[in-house]
Write a protein that binds this ligand. Structure first.
Ligand SMILES: [Zn+2]
Length: 389
């Protein structure tokens, strides 16, 4: 008899859903029939590499409906059952209803096959910013499109461009941001450039769809979609992380019977929390730090979000763009674009070393690589930090 782990967030119905999908998978899905045969109580965590070793068995003969970006290696191939697709549509519709109903939207997202954008309501994320702005204006004139959906880093670029050129973007009434963590500084800039836009943001993934949405009343909290998804936040030892403490995000999809995810460690960090809004009855996350791959590793093997180092690097005069790659503990590469009129190369490097020392406590090995531009990843997202550990 499999019961839900004590670390599962949610209520009695979550525990029932958890137990149900596990029993179903053991009896009907070859990947789990094999995986769970020697287990009766505790179900071990599912890692990306476990799936990659046997991705065909994991798909169980079902058609691939999407895949992960593969930015850290081979992509995981995913298949959503018709039921899962329907539930995801309903979740999205309910979310849009909460926002006040649908509006015409221009999408600017990664679109490798162009299929999603063929209807002419969007652009690929790689389109130059000036062309994006022109397109947004045109879509407003021809289709009354008053919404934009894109990634936070792209919204940041749009905002900077609009502010630099004194453009009035107040015709945009809704701005949706997903797929990357929205940083407070980005949000400030976006609100300046799009003063009348209602901002929404979700935490979602290719594997399971929407995981959580930002609370419309308390913007530092995200509420979990706990009716369709099991969420656990675990500390280093596998115990439930405390409120406010960053832990590993573990997901169980209750309704996808094609490529079923049970206790899947997605590779993100988040902290559980109790949203004070009192209006949405769902467990919440108080912090969202995004991909572990972007979290840097300290000498004591602690993973920390990139944010504080990032802010310090950004504040170095003349810094235009940067990306930190961690090869090993104490071993970094800084790729950067900077205005060299501001300070000498030696002064710049001294500043950078001081920033790293402040973050890590001791002097770190840093390789400096000067670039003309730092490109986005193959999936159209921008990574300011990449940990190879
Ligand atoms: Zn709330």
């Amino acid at each position: 008899m499999f019961t839900a782990p004590p670390t599962l967030l949610g209520d009695e119905s979550s525990r029932k859903n958890f137990s149900k999908i596990v029993h179903w998978a053991r009896d009907n899905h070859p990947f789990y029939t094999d995986r769970l045969k020697n287990h009766n109580l505790e179900i071990e965590l599912l890692q990306r590499r476990d799936i990659l070793e046997r991705n065909d068995v994991f798909l169980n003969g079902n058609p691939e409906t999407s895949r992960t970006s593969g930015s850290t290696g081979i992509p995981v191939r995913i298949s959503w059952s018709p039921d899962k697709q329907k539930i995801e549509r309903v979740v999205t519709e309910n979310f849009v209803k909460q926002l006040g109903g649908p509006v015409k939207v221009t999408q600017i997202i990664h679109s490798p096959h162009q299929s999603r954008l063929q209807s002419g309501d969007g652009l690929d994320i790689s389109t130059p910013i000036d062309q994006q702005i022109e397109y947004i204006h045109r879509r407003y004139q021809t289709h009354q499109a008053i919404g934009i959906t894109t990634y936070p880093t792209n919204a940041e670029h749009l905002s900077r461009y609009a502010l630099d050129n004194g453009l009035d973007m107040s015709f945009i009434k809704r701005l949706g941001l997903y797929a990357e963590v929205l940083e407070p500084d980005q949000e400030k800039l976006i609100r300046q450039a799009f003063p009348l836009a209602q901002l929404w943001s979700t935490y979602s993934s290719q594997e399971v769809g929407m995981i959580a949405f930002r609370c419309p009343h308390e913007p530092s909290f995200h509420h979990l979609n706990f009716r369709k998804l099991g969420v656990e936040i675990l500390d280093q030892d596998g115990n439930a992380a405390k409120e406010g403490e960053l832990g590993r995000v573990i997901l169980t999809d209750y309704f996808n019977t094609y490529s079923t995810f049970i206790r899947y460690e997605i590779g993100d960090l988040a902290a559980p929390g109790t949203c004070p809004c009192g209006r949405i009855q769902a467990p919440a996350l108080s912090r969202l730090a995004g991909k572990v791959r972007g979290a840097l590793v300290h000498a004591d093997s602690r993973r920390v979000p990139f944010t504080s180092l990032s802010v310090a690097l950004r504040d170095i005069d003349g810094m235009i763009q940067y990306q930190v790659i961690q090869n090993a503990i104490g071993d970094f590469e800084l790729r950067y674009v900077r205005n060299s009129d501001i300070m000498s190369d030696a002064a710049f490097k001294k500043n950078v070393r001081a920033v790293f020392k402040a973050e890590f406590g001791t002097t770190q090995k840093i390789k400096f690589t000067r670039e003309d531009v730092i490109e986005k990843g193959a999936n159209g997202k921008f990574y300011a930090s990449i940990s190879k550990i």
